[in-house]
Design a protein around this ligand. Structure first.
Ligand code: SF4
Ligand code: SF4
Length: 341
């Protein structure tokens, strides 16, 4: 877990004419168990932009039991951790925005002194086959956040899809090992140029954020009238936080057995849009929706810089896609900054 700076990464570019070779290798090495990889031979396997959900649920489970406690015959309470036994898992087609988000989640869950063992177990067993985007969705704005469309770190191998095959880039030791087993040829100059052009095309995006650091803008506008206008549309459903690849809030619940002798402790995803999220000592601090939306945006794009050294948005666009009332984070920032028409 030492990307992106570790010098132990080696780097090599090769050309592969058949994606199926990767799938076969992964299956042989049980990395991609249970993945429905079919023998497809087409030039448009990865022509779509990122999928409906990010990598997040594969490392940060939406609900899981953390521990169990049991009172024994002497009345002593014993705790048993429920750390999972995780199977190796390959993600094929991981996008630059989602890998950037994974790196942000690493910062949150893998602090130097306080590593989350549940997250760590899943994270270490992840094998990432990244893909450089060649087409942006209407909701994508990763170019303006600096996180895409080209994947630059954090992967085992990366693919650039051309009409007749793939440019393959190995980064990690495991990725380079996989590459050695693939029937590749040297990538040609023309192929590399086409791959670069395709990435450049995907960087032409309809949406954007005006800056990678919007902290001052947001904190200078905490009383902006736009917060009330958004709050009147927002349903506080939490869809945006559930699909956001960087959101990490969760709550913990205790499920006690009726006989009082045992209990199970769970955590599950939470959202700053729920009423209970800001409930402290008899008071709900953010009782209405405008305050909750403001909390989400000022944290995600503002105070996140103090916590993690960067914005919490990687421009994946999912919060726009999944908002049932069409709230668009880029539009709201434009309105607050006075740039909207
Ligand atoms: S705030 Fe929206 S666009 Fe940004 S990373 Fe989260 S879901 Fe993606
Ligand atoms: S998805 Fe839309 S409606 Fe739901 S909480 Fe987020 S901004 Fe509000």
């Amino acid at each position: 877990m030492c990307w992106p700076a570790g010098q132990r990464w080696r780097y090599r570019l090769r050309y592969l004419d058949c994606f199926q070779s990767i799938a076969e290798w992964l299956h042989r090495h049980t990395i991609a168990r249970a993945l429905p990889v079919k023998p497809v031979r087409t030039s448009t396997i990865f022509c779509l932009a990122n999928g409906p959900q990010a990598i997040k649920p594969l490392t940060f489970a939406s609900q899981e039991k953390l521990w169990r406690c049991q009172r024994d015959a002497n009345g002593e309470i014993r705790f048993t951790s429920n750390e999972p036994e995780i199977e190796p898992l390959a993600v094929i087609g991981a996008r630059a925005c989602d890998i950037a988000a994974l790196y942000i989640q690493d910062q949150h869950f893998l602090h130097a002194q306080n590593k989350d063992p549940f997250y760590l177990a899943r994270r270490e067993r992840l094998f990432l086959v990244a893909v450089n985007c060649t087409h942006a969705a209407a909701t994508c704005f990763c170019a303006s956040t600096g996180d895409g469309p080209q994947v630059k770190y954090g992967y085992d191998i990366a693919l650039s899809e051309l009409d007749e095959g793939f440019i393959v880039e190995g980064r990690s030791d495991r990725g380079l090992e996989l590459m050695q087993r693939l029937p590749t040829a040297e990538a040609g100059k023309e192929q590399l140029e086409i791959a670069a052009e395709l990435i450049q095309g995907a960087a032409q995006q309809q949406r954007q954020l005006p800056s990678r650091n919007l902290k001052d803008l947001l904190f200078d506008n905490l009383e902006h009238e736009r917060w009330q206008a958004i709050g009147e549309r927002c349903l506080s459903c939490g869809n945006c936080t559930a699909v956001c690849p960087t959101c990490f809030c969760y709550r913990e619940d205790e499920n006690a057995a009726l006989d009082g002798n045992s209990s199970e402790h769970y955590r599950q995803w939470d959202s700053c849009f729920t009423q209970g999220h800001s409930y402290i000592h008899g008071l709900t601090i953010r009782a209405d929706t405008p305050k909750r939306y403001r909390q989400w945006l000022t944290h995600k794009l503002g105070s996140w810089h103090d916590q993690y050294g960067r914005s919490g948005c990687v421009g994946c666009g999912r919060c726009i896609t999944w908002c049932p009332v069409g709230i668009d984070i880029t539009e709201e920032i434009a309105a607050i900054s006075g740039e909207s028409g």
